[in-house]
Design a protein around this ligand. Structure first.
Ligand code: UT7
Length: 335
């Protein structure tokens, strides 16, 4: 008998969001905006903010990993590899994944970061799945975590209304029954940098008094331009992954879209022929948590997911980066 192919199954999922709720009403007092505009243009009502001084992305990621292990009843020392997707690392170096592993007690893992902005979780999931498929590693944890409030200019109404803080984590384990990450299509186009980036703080323009004065350590986004790319690329790649796998809209149980803008999500679902009842949407409560959005959705919807469900994860983000991953869900959550 030939050995059956190993796939990387998601066998547990966990999220973490900080307690502080930043509402549209509070933003109205900070910048010239209003609840009606924010809700109608983005779908967002509130977002979470990590307020405690001295806390960073790794603290949210570590909390997600701790709770993931407790829930799955495994010891963090069993984790072989820990990957963190983030654009808001605790430090320029070392990797936030190293800090998460330390704080969560993943003492036997090696760990590294992946930076692909809003597509970061998908990039990290694809990478993690290959470690499992190789047969060498049995437990890989993929974290998507961002403290976007650390790089948001709260005097810029075009960006400060969109983003929030949060983290999610999944456990990947080998599966021989065809469940787990079954296909993916990932893309990048670095020429998109001009439309969405952080101007200073990297090697091109290290921090200086001038960069601080010019407010260049924040997210710079040409919203309209990014929107146009996002809405076509995310829909295209989601349809591509369906076609590659001969899936009709009836075959797809769930779409898990990156939560950047409700209008982008709706357009993607429409192109896929999916009813909104099959689309995970929590943007109204968390806003855009960058690498956190997709695992936070999976965490929230976990009780509804059934073994065998075809789930399409889809994202677009800074870089530009974009992609879609097809997951055959591996377990029923005990009720
Ligand atoms: O996360 C991955 C990558 N990012 C994305 O996918 C984000 C993609 N872009 C977007 O979601 C949208 O472009 C935004 C939500 C950022 C902006 O929405 P928009 O419908 O594209 O608005 P806009 O930038 O075209 O601005 C329309 C108007 C402007 O006023 P004028 O020039 O028409 O008078 C803006 O100044 O709305 C104004 N505006 C606001 N008004 C009230 C911009 N921000 C605000 C605000 N409140 N917060």
């Amino acid at each position: 008998m030939p050995m059956s192919k190993l796939t990387a199954a998601i066998t547990a999922v966990q999220g973490y969001v900080p307690d502080y709720v930043l509402t549209n009403e509070e933003l109205e007092k900070m910048v010239d905006t209003n609840d009606e505009w924010i809700q109608s243009r983005t779908g967002i009502k509130e977002r979470r903010i990590l307020k405690e001084p001295g806390k960073g992305t790794s603290d949210m990621g570590a909390e997600a990993v701790r709770r993931l292990c407790a829930k799955k009843n495994i010891d963090p020392s069993e984790i072989d590899v820990l990957i963190c997707a983030t654009v808001t690392p605790d430090h320029q170096f070392p990797a936030t994944a190293n800090l998460i592993a330390d704080k969560a007690g993943a003492v036997n893992s090696w760990s590294f970061d992946i930076m692909a902005a809003c597509s970061g979780f998908l990039y990290a999931l694809e990478t993690g799945s290959k470690f499992i498929e190789s047969g060498k590693y049995k437990k890989v944890v993929v974290v998507g975590a961002d403290k976007m409030s650390s790089i948001i200019d709260y005097t810029d109404r075009a960006t400060c209304i969109i983003f929030g803080d949060g983290a999610g984590a999944v456990l990947l384990e080998p599966d021989e029954t065809g469940h787990g990450i079954v296909d993916s299509r990932l893309y990048s186009d670095g020429s998109g940098v001009v439309h969405l980036h952080q101007k200073a703080g990297g090697s091109v323009k290290p921090a200086s008094h001038e960069t601080i004065d010019a407010r260049e350590h924040f997210v710079y986004q040409e919203g309209k331009h990014v929107f146009k790319f996002a809405v076509t690329r995310m829909a295209d790649v989601s349809v591509e992954i369906m076609e590659r796998n001969h899936l009709t809209s009836d075959d797809v149980a769930w779409l898990v879209p990156h939560q950047a803008n409700l209008r982008i999500i709706d357009a993607t679902a429409q192109r896929m022929g999916l009813d909104t009842s099959k689309v995970m949407i929590n943007i109204q409560r968390y806003g855009n948590t960058t690498a956190g959005t997709i695992p936070l959705c999976l965490w929230e919807w976990e009780p509804k997911l059934k073994r065998g469900d075809n789930i399409i994860l889809s994202a677009f983000g800074g870089g530009f980066t974009w992609g879609a991953v097809l997951v055959k869900w591996a377990y029923d959550t005990p009720q």
